[in-house]
Design a protein around this ligand. Structure first.
Ligand code: MSP
Length: 518
């Protein structure tokens, strides 16, 4: 894998229902981060997809009187892909676990592990939560045997299954996380994983025999592969895992693997930070560089979820605030890694103060002044040492924060610069300067500096709010593509060319209608 490449994955989502804003939170974070890395000039691969096998999806399909494959096709095409498109998600690939490219590679991988002696047959007896699709340990459950995530009783299974020797990898996993603190973040997540590994880790049942909606175990077709074992492999099957040397798949795998970041919600941390790396170790493959566990969007203090009827569809919010404000709000308001509550009022307040006032108005005032005082053309190049230095510092800060998945810190740094530019305009009072003809050079200087600062803001905010920033970029008359602007070059002052014609575009953040009672 080359130095200049960046491979990021989201979890693949269960297709038992349509996406809610919790799912969108993860995918938008992945999209913002990969767009940022693209703007750094890296060769990016961004994967998302759907997790279609297992009992949970099967039960939902049955409840709806539809064959499971048809159910999955319906939801993927009718709900998941359209929502990602509406949210402007620029994924490079979308993997479905029912695709032959995935199923064949999973079977090959499992046979490989069996040949190496990592798989044996045994009996599983214990609780299983279908909502989590997880074999639970008695200590994981609430009183009455309830799953702590779904607050529902677990099934009690008793099955002859195939087992993976997970426990054999515990010492190597402990060493891995002790030697590579950045392999699991934030620190709270890493501590949770270390504590789990220091406990009594059991081998893992990796097949099910009581239903058939899954990938058949290649040597025992009475059993299907456990849905998590199937699903985790998507990150590698999508980029050519185990393909013939010399094939396109093998080439893609060599270029892409290991993943730089697996983005996950904290509910699925153990699968990603314990089971997945153990599977890779067993196969002799390199481990992902980082698993990052973000927090939950909460409703009434609990994880938002469709099964608890608290799921909010992204469109409920984007219809009112627009897609870019949606993309901005959650990453700006909640430290990535912590839980956060969605509040209609807080989102409205930030929309108005940060987006409409600080950013949108700054841009529209500048364009109006250039039209009024300069006939719509950018004046001669000018400089302001203070603004230039502040921009350079902003880019350094924002870049460091974004690559560390501190979205809030990165966006804050950029919005602080936006405030600084507003301060510059307020302080220099171009509308007063304009009244005195002898001060025209000063007026032009203020307008140039403001315009170039806004050019930089458009590029820095582009990964977060692509449509708005592109609109702004075009109304500044820039002749290059905003997507080809490099983060490393944003701070170079003077990129907006004198003489360029600006145009008044649509209002970037229109005044909000009174919110409907929600
Ligand atoms: N299919 C598994 C993942 C397999 S990955 C190999 C799964 N799917 S899921 O659809 O239930 O959830 C996927 C992810 O959605 C969660 O891990 C999390 O990233 C995100 N979220 C679901 N609900 C959420 C919130 N309420 N808040 C934040 N993120 C949430 O688990």
């Amino acid at each position: 894998m080359s130095e200049n490449s960046f491979y990021l994955t989201t979890p693949i989502y269960y297709v038992n229902d349509a996406p809610h804003i919790g799912h969108a939170y993860t995918t938008v974070a992945g999209d913002v981060l990969t767009r940022w890395h693209r703007q750094r000039g890296e060769s990016v691969w961004f994967l998302t997809g759907t997790d279609e096998h297992g009992q949970k999806v099967l039960n939902t399909a049955e409840k709806n009187n539809v064959a499971p494959q048809e159910w999955c096709d319906r939801l993927v095409e009718g709900a998941w892909k359209p929502v990602w498109k509406a949210l402007n998600i620029a994924n490079d690939d979308f993997i479905r676990t029912t695709e032959p490219r995935h199923m064949e590679r999973v079977q090959r991988f499992l046979s490989g592990l069996k040949d190496q002696g990592h798989i044996y047959s045994g009996k599983y007896e214990g609780p299983y939560c279908i909502g989590c699709e997880e074999f639970k340990l008695p200590g994981d459950l609430l009183d009455g045997g309830l799953c702590p995530i779904h607050s529902k009783p677990c099934d009690i299974l008793s099955e002859e299954n195939w087992f993976f020797r997970l426990s054999a990898f515990v010492p190597a996993l402990l060493e891995h996380y002790k030697n590579n603190p950045s392999a699991c973040e934030p620190t709270s997540a890493r501590n949770e994983v270390l504590a789990f590994l220091e406990g009594d880790v059991q081998d893992l049942s990796i097949s099910r025999s009581t239903f058939d909606w899954g990938i058949p175990v290649p040597w025992d077709t009475e059993q299907v592969i456990y849905v998590w074992f199937d699903a985790l492999l998507n990150y590698a099957t999508a980029v050519g895992l185990g393909d013939e040397p010399g094939s396109a798949g093998a080439e893609k795998f060599a270029k892409t693997w290991p993943a730089d970041v697996h983005l996950v919600g904290k509910d699925i941390l153990r699968f990603h930070a314990v089971i997945w790396p153990a599977m890779l170790m067993a196969a002799g493959l390199p481990l992902p560089k980082k698993v990052f566990a973000h927090g939950w969007l909460l409703v009434g203090g609990e994880k938002m979820s469709k099964s608890k009827l608290t799921g909010i569809a992204p469109a409920d919010i984007t219809d009112h605030f627009g897609v870019d404000a949606f993309r901005y709000y959650f990453l700006r308001a909640i430290p990535f890694g912590s839980d956060g509550s969605f509040s209609w009022e807080d989102m409205g307040a930030r929309y108005t103060s940060e987006l409409a006032n600080d950013f949108g108005n700054l841009a529209s005032r500048l364009i109006a002044m250039i039209e009024k005082y300069c006939g719509g053309a950018i004046p001669a190049l000018a400089r302001d040492a203070g603004l230039e230095a502040a921009l350079a510092e902003t880019v350094t800060k924002a870049d460091a924060a974004m690559v560390a998945l501190d979205f809030q810190g990165g966006i804050n740094a950029i919005m602080e610069f936006c405030k600084r530019v507003n301060g510059y305009v307020t302080e220099r009072e171009p509308w007063i300067v304009a009244k005195d003809e002898s001060r025209t050079p000063e007026l032009l200087e203020i307008l140039y500096n403001t315009a170039d600062a806004i050019r930089a803001l458009a590029v820095l905010l582009y990964p977060v709010m692509p449509t708005t920033c592109e609109t702004l970029w075009n109304s500044l008359g820039m002749d290059s593509e905003i997507s080809s602007q490099k983060i490393s070059e944003v701070a170079t002052w003077g990129q907006i060319k004198p003489g360029t014609r600006v145009t008044k575009g649509a209002v970037l953040f229109p005044r909000l209608e009174e919110p409907a009672a929600k």
